[in-house]
Design a binder for this molecule. Structure first.
Ligand code: FES
Ligand code: FE2
Length: 404
């Protein structure tokens, strides 16, 4: 079993995943399949696809997809893979297609509903049935205006079912009507395992030490609820005492005098975070909504991405508050990135003997519990050898099933 050598038997729950799980190429392959291909991945807000032909692409663990607004104003999702020779049909991360989707390789074209539209030198293909060669659709779901896709089917529930407990609270913020803030999209490539990004994000125990601005905003009023059935919620209610930093003080002053959405008392002075396993976080602020997510490129390289949504009609004060919350968030993200890299490096050190979690880090523990349930192989103290990791994991899963 996994475990920090300094945690005794009764403290086993305080041990996180063993070090090898943060640097194993074989585990990366398994995670790619089970967590990133088979589980919902966020793409963008529906209002980012403003007109017919607007598209946005998504890349995850060797999978490529895109969402597009079709002629009937309906949003559709497809694999970004030409049925001729497999080129990307959309090379840019976002844009607008005029009339059709043209593959940049040999110029096959597709309608926005994915059907084949035109084939250059069609006769040279003999009697190929092009009516069966449309783009392959992707499973897609839109929740409060947020678009999610899934590259492979799994037993994971629909997004609306997974996030059902957040429906009412999310509804307060009218996210469906929001629009993306131009230029707010950000992307960082981190030399770290993706789980280190999640571990740092899954607990607020580090806020007083690592995030001066955030601590100035919340004080001690920050609470992480554990991960339950694939979702988590954290809430930071603004400090009872006056804030010291200029940006935080100014932010709170604006919010003291404005409640643009008529939010209930608690939400009008809090930042609420909602997480969906394995990698999506939505931040509900009184002035705007933020989102972020991370995904691995390899066992030790991770991309972290995010953006900001704003209300369509924004007052001057709302705009200023959003600018200030963005400043606090930018500082926080920078501070976290350093911690992520250091945690990820640690597992390779000869001195690393596992981690030891406090009760305030239950978000990390319960997230690891989710991983241990889906990938029981991560409970092993050392990386197993001899057989492929996926095979060992499958037999552990089978054993669990038969022992129930
Ligand atoms: S690969 Fe797309 S047209 Fe040839
Ligand atoms: Fe943090």
């Amino acid at each position: 079993m996994s475990g920090n050598e300094n945690c005794n038997e009764s403290d086993r729950d305080r041990s996180g995943l063993p070090g090898w799980t943060y640097c194993s190429d074989a585990l990366f392959d398994l995670e790619a399949e089970e967590l990133f291909r088979r589980r919902w991945q966020f793409v963008c807000h529906a209002n980012e696809l403003r007109e017919i032909g607007s598209f946005k692409t998504i890349d995850r663990v060797n999978e490529r997809g895109f969402v597009i607004r079709d002629q009937d104003d309906k949003i559709r999702a497809f694999h970004n893979l030409c049925m001729h020779r497999g080129s990307r049909v959309l090379g840019d991360s976002e844009g607008i297609c005029k009339r059709a989707i043209f593959c940049p390789y040999h110029g096959w074209s597709y309608n926005f509903d994915g059907t084949v539209r035109g084939i250059p030198n069609k006769d040279s293909f003999g009697d190929v049935n092009f009516s069966k060669m449309g783009l392959k659709p992707l499973e897609m779901e839109i929740w409060h205006g947020l678009i999610f896709v899934r590259f492979k089917r799994s037993n994971q529930k629909a997004v609306s079912e997974i996030l059902a407990r957040f429906d009412d609270e999310t509804g307060l913020y009218k996210i469906k009507n929001m629009v993306p803030v131009k230029g707010s999209g950000w992307l960082e490539v981190l030399d770290a395992n993706w789980k280190s990004v999640r571990d740092v994000d899954n607990e607020g125990y580090h806020v007083p030490q690592a995030h001066p601005a955030l601590f100035d905003l919340y004080g001690q009023n920050y609470e992480d609820e554990p991960f339950v059935k694939g979702t988590s919620r954290s809430i930071g209610t603004f400090n009872g005492r006056p804030s010291k930093k200029w940006s935080v003080k100014s932010y709170r002053k604006i919010l003291d005098n404005n409640n643009w959405l008529n939010l209930p008392k608690l939400q009008s002075c809090s930042w609420v975070y909602m997480g969906m396993f394995p990698n999506f976080v939505l931040g509900l602020y009184p002035d705007c909504v933020i989102y972020y997510y991370e995904y691995p490129l390899s066992a030790n390289k991770t991309i972290q991405q995010g953006g900001v949504l704003k209300h369509r009609e924004e007052t001057r004060e709302n705009r200023l508050a959003r600018y200030l919350s963005g400043r606090i968030d930018r500082d926080t993200a920078r501070e976290d990135q350093m911690l992520v890299v250091w945690s990820s490096e640690a597992v390779k050190s000869s001195a690393f003997s596992g981690i030891c979690l406090s009760d305030l880090e239950s978000g990390v523990k319960t997230y690891h519990d989710h991983l241990r349930e889906i990938l029981p192989v991560v409970r092993m103290k050392d990386e197993p050898t001899g057989k492929p990791l996926s095979q060992i994991n499958s037999s552990l899963l089978r054993k669990e099933l038969t022992s129930v």
